[in-house]
Design a binder for this molecule. Structure first.
Ligand code: ZN
Length: 206
Protein backbone atom coordinates (compact mmCIF):
# COMPACT_ATOMS: atom_id res chain seq x y z
CA UNK A 1 0.00 0.00 0.00
CA UNK A 2 1.34 3.46 -0.88
CA UNK A 3 2.12 6.37 1.43
CA UNK A 4 -0.96 8.54 1.84
CA UNK A 5 0.50 11.28 3.98
CA UNK A 6 3.91 12.87 3.53
CA UNK A 7 5.78 14.58 6.34
CA UNK A 8 8.54 17.14 5.93
CA UNK A 9 11.07 19.02 7.94
CA UNK A 10 13.27 21.96 7.08
CA UNK A 11 16.89 22.02 8.23
CA UNK A 12 18.82 25.11 9.32
CA UNK A 13 19.94 25.78 5.74
CA UNK A 14 16.38 25.84 4.49
CA UNK A 15 16.61 22.40 2.87
CA UNK A 16 13.35 20.50 2.81
CA UNK A 17 13.74 16.87 3.86
CA UNK A 18 10.98 14.31 3.37
CA UNK A 19 10.51 12.22 6.51
CA UNK A 20 9.16 9.37 4.41
CA UNK A 21 12.32 9.24 2.31
CA UNK A 22 13.93 5.79 2.56
CA UNK A 23 17.32 7.51 3.19
CA UNK A 24 15.88 9.87 5.79
CA UNK A 25 18.30 8.80 8.54
CA UNK A 26 21.25 9.40 6.23
CA UNK A 27 19.86 12.77 5.12
CA UNK A 28 19.53 14.15 8.64
CA UNK A 29 22.74 12.62 10.01
CA UNK A 30 25.20 15.28 11.11
CA UNK A 31 27.41 15.80 8.09
CA UNK A 32 31.01 16.90 7.65
CA UNK A 33 31.76 19.58 5.10
CA UNK A 34 31.88 17.25 2.07
CA UNK A 35 28.81 15.25 3.00
CA UNK A 36 27.00 18.51 3.50
CA UNK A 37 28.21 19.73 0.11
CA UNK A 38 26.82 16.68 -1.68
CA UNK A 39 23.60 16.50 0.32
CA UNK A 40 21.74 18.72 -2.13
CA UNK A 41 22.16 16.13 -4.87
CA UNK A 42 20.61 13.50 -2.63
CA UNK A 43 17.55 15.55 -1.75
CA UNK A 44 15.53 14.03 -4.52
CA UNK A 45 12.85 11.35 -4.86
CA UNK A 46 15.14 9.52 -7.28
CA UNK A 47 17.20 8.14 -4.39
CA UNK A 48 14.11 6.97 -2.47
CA UNK A 49 12.91 3.36 -2.56
CA UNK A 50 9.28 4.56 -2.55
CA UNK A 51 9.97 6.09 -5.94
CA UNK A 52 11.53 2.85 -7.18
CA UNK A 53 8.61 0.79 -5.83
CA UNK A 54 6.10 3.35 -7.06
CA UNK A 55 4.32 3.43 -3.69
CA UNK A 56 4.75 7.10 -2.72
CA UNK A 57 1.95 9.68 -2.49
CA UNK A 58 3.28 10.98 -5.82
CA UNK A 59 3.42 8.29 -8.48
CA UNK A 60 6.63 7.51 -10.31
CA UNK A 61 5.21 9.01 -13.50
CA UNK A 62 4.21 12.18 -11.66
CA UNK A 63 7.66 12.53 -10.11
CA UNK A 64 9.30 12.08 -13.52
CA UNK A 65 7.00 14.78 -14.84
CA UNK A 66 7.95 17.13 -11.98
CA UNK A 67 11.66 16.53 -12.68
CA UNK A 68 11.09 17.25 -16.36
CA UNK A 69 9.26 20.50 -15.57
CA UNK A 70 12.02 21.41 -13.11
CA UNK A 71 14.65 21.05 -15.82
CA UNK A 72 12.61 23.43 -17.96
CA UNK A 73 12.83 26.02 -15.17
CA UNK A 74 9.15 25.74 -14.29
CA UNK A 75 9.91 26.17 -10.58
CA UNK A 76 11.57 29.44 -9.68
CA UNK A 77 12.40 31.25 -6.46
CA UNK A 78 9.48 33.46 -5.46
CA UNK A 79 11.85 36.25 -4.45
CA UNK A 80 14.66 36.33 -7.02
CA UNK A 81 13.56 34.08 -9.89
CA UNK A 82 16.45 31.65 -9.54
CA UNK A 83 15.75 28.08 -10.65
CA UNK A 84 14.93 25.77 -7.74
CA UNK A 85 17.21 22.74 -7.89
CA UNK A 86 16.10 20.99 -4.72
CA UNK A 87 13.44 18.61 -5.79
CA UNK A 88 12.08 17.97 -2.30
CA UNK A 89 11.30 21.69 -1.97
CA UNK A 90 9.12 21.40 -5.06
CA UNK A 91 7.47 18.20 -3.78
CA UNK A 92 6.82 19.97 -0.45
CA UNK A 93 5.11 22.87 -2.20
CA UNK A 94 2.98 20.66 -4.47
CA UNK A 95 1.96 18.40 -1.61
CA UNK A 96 0.73 21.28 0.57
CA UNK A 97 -1.11 22.85 -2.32
CA UNK A 98 -2.87 19.62 -3.26
CA UNK A 99 -3.56 18.35 0.24
CA UNK A 100 -4.30 21.49 2.25
CA UNK A 101 -4.70 24.10 -0.50
CA UNK A 102 -1.87 26.04 1.12
CA UNK A 103 0.40 28.04 -1.17
CA UNK A 104 3.97 27.50 0.02
CA UNK A 105 6.45 29.90 -1.60
CA UNK A 106 9.49 28.36 -3.24
CA UNK A 107 12.55 30.16 -1.94
CA UNK A 108 16.11 29.47 -3.08
CA UNK A 109 18.92 28.85 -0.60
CA UNK A 110 20.49 32.31 -1.15
CA UNK A 111 17.26 34.14 -0.38
CA UNK A 112 16.56 31.82 2.53
CA UNK A 113 19.95 32.66 4.05
CA UNK A 114 19.31 36.39 3.59
CA UNK A 115 15.87 36.19 5.15
CA UNK A 116 17.28 34.26 8.07
CA UNK A 117 19.95 36.87 8.72
CA UNK A 118 17.42 39.65 8.12
CA UNK A 119 19.40 40.96 5.15
CA UNK A 120 17.07 40.22 2.29
CA UNK A 121 16.17 43.84 1.55
CA UNK A 122 19.79 45.02 1.46
CA UNK A 123 20.71 41.95 -0.62
CA UNK A 124 17.92 42.57 -3.12
CA UNK A 125 18.86 46.25 -3.32
CA UNK A 126 22.46 45.29 -4.14
CA UNK A 127 21.30 42.85 -6.79
CA UNK A 128 18.89 45.41 -8.25
CA UNK A 129 21.70 47.99 -8.46
CA UNK A 130 23.93 45.37 -10.06
CA UNK A 131 21.42 44.61 -12.83
CA UNK A 132 20.70 48.31 -13.45
CA UNK A 133 24.44 48.90 -13.75
CA UNK A 134 24.64 45.96 -16.16
CA UNK A 135 22.07 47.60 -18.42
CA UNK A 136 23.73 51.04 -18.27
CA UNK A 137 27.21 49.63 -19.02
CA UNK A 138 25.85 47.49 -21.87
CA UNK A 139 24.15 50.49 -23.53
CA UNK A 140 27.22 52.66 -22.99
CA UNK A 141 29.48 49.98 -24.48
CA UNK A 142 27.21 49.58 -27.50
CA UNK A 143 27.18 53.33 -28.16
CA UNK A 144 30.93 53.54 -27.74
CA UNK A 145 31.46 50.56 -30.04
CA UNK A 146 29.13 52.02 -32.69
CA UNK A 147 30.96 55.34 -32.51
CA UNK A 148 34.33 53.57 -32.84
CA UNK A 149 33.15 51.68 -35.92
CA UNK A 150 31.72 54.82 -37.47
CA UNK A 151 35.06 56.63 -37.39
CA UNK A 152 36.95 53.68 -38.86
CA UNK A 153 38.23 54.47 -42.28
CA UNK A 154 38.10 51.16 -44.13
CA UNK A 155 37.17 49.95 -47.59
CA UNK A 156 33.39 49.50 -48.09
CA UNK A 157 33.93 45.80 -48.68
CA UNK A 158 35.18 45.42 -45.09
CA UNK A 159 31.95 46.93 -43.83
CA UNK A 160 30.04 44.11 -45.46
CA UNK A 161 32.28 41.21 -44.61
CA UNK A 162 33.57 42.27 -41.20
CA UNK A 163 32.10 45.38 -39.55
CA UNK A 164 28.38 44.67 -40.06
CA UNK A 165 28.56 40.99 -38.92
CA UNK A 166 30.71 42.02 -35.94
CA UNK A 167 28.34 44.81 -34.95
CA UNK A 168 25.33 42.48 -35.32
CA UNK A 169 27.03 39.93 -33.10
CA UNK A 170 27.80 42.52 -30.40
CA UNK A 171 24.20 43.81 -30.60
CA UNK A 172 22.94 40.27 -30.09
CA UNK A 173 25.14 39.70 -27.00
CA UNK A 174 24.16 43.06 -25.53
CA UNK A 175 20.46 42.37 -26.13
CA UNK A 176 20.77 39.04 -24.30
CA UNK A 177 22.48 40.73 -21.33
CA UNK A 178 19.88 43.51 -21.21
CA UNK A 179 16.94 41.10 -21.51
CA UNK A 180 18.30 38.88 -18.73
CA UNK A 181 18.93 41.90 -16.50
CA UNK A 182 15.41 43.25 -17.06
CA UNK A 183 13.98 39.82 -16.28
CA UNK A 184 15.97 39.66 -13.02
CA UNK A 185 14.93 43.21 -12.09
CA UNK A 186 11.31 42.22 -12.60
CA UNK A 187 11.73 39.17 -10.33
CA UNK A 188 13.35 41.26 -7.61
CA UNK A 189 10.70 43.97 -7.93
CA UNK A 190 7.88 41.49 -7.25
CA UNK A 191 10.07 39.54 -4.80
CA UNK A 192 10.61 42.65 -2.65
CA UNK A 193 6.87 43.37 -2.74
CA UNK A 194 6.13 39.80 -1.67
CA UNK A 195 8.76 39.94 1.05
CA UNK A 196 7.43 43.22 2.47
CA UNK A 197 3.92 41.81 2.54
CA UNK A 198 4.86 38.54 4.24
CA UNK A 199 7.79 39.64 6.42
CA UNK A 200 6.68 43.10 7.57
CA UNK A 201 8.68 42.93 10.80
CA UNK A 202 12.00 42.63 8.98
CA UNK A 203 11.69 45.78 6.90
CA UNK A 204 13.77 47.98 9.14
CA UNK A 205 17.18 46.52 8.29
CA UNK A 206 17.61 48.00 4.77
ZN1 ZN B 1 15.97 33.43 -4.42
Amino acid sequence: MGIEELKFEIDDKGRVICKNHSNYDHLIRPCDYFQDLYLDAELTCKTCSHYENNDCYFSKTRIDEIIKRGLKKAYLCRLCGKKIDRMLSIIHKLYYKETYDVEMPLICCDCYEKIKSNEFLSYSKKMTDFYILNIVISIFFLCYFAFFLSILNVQPIFYYILIIPLFSFVCFIISVVIRKSIKKLRYFYFGIKYYKKHFPNQESKV
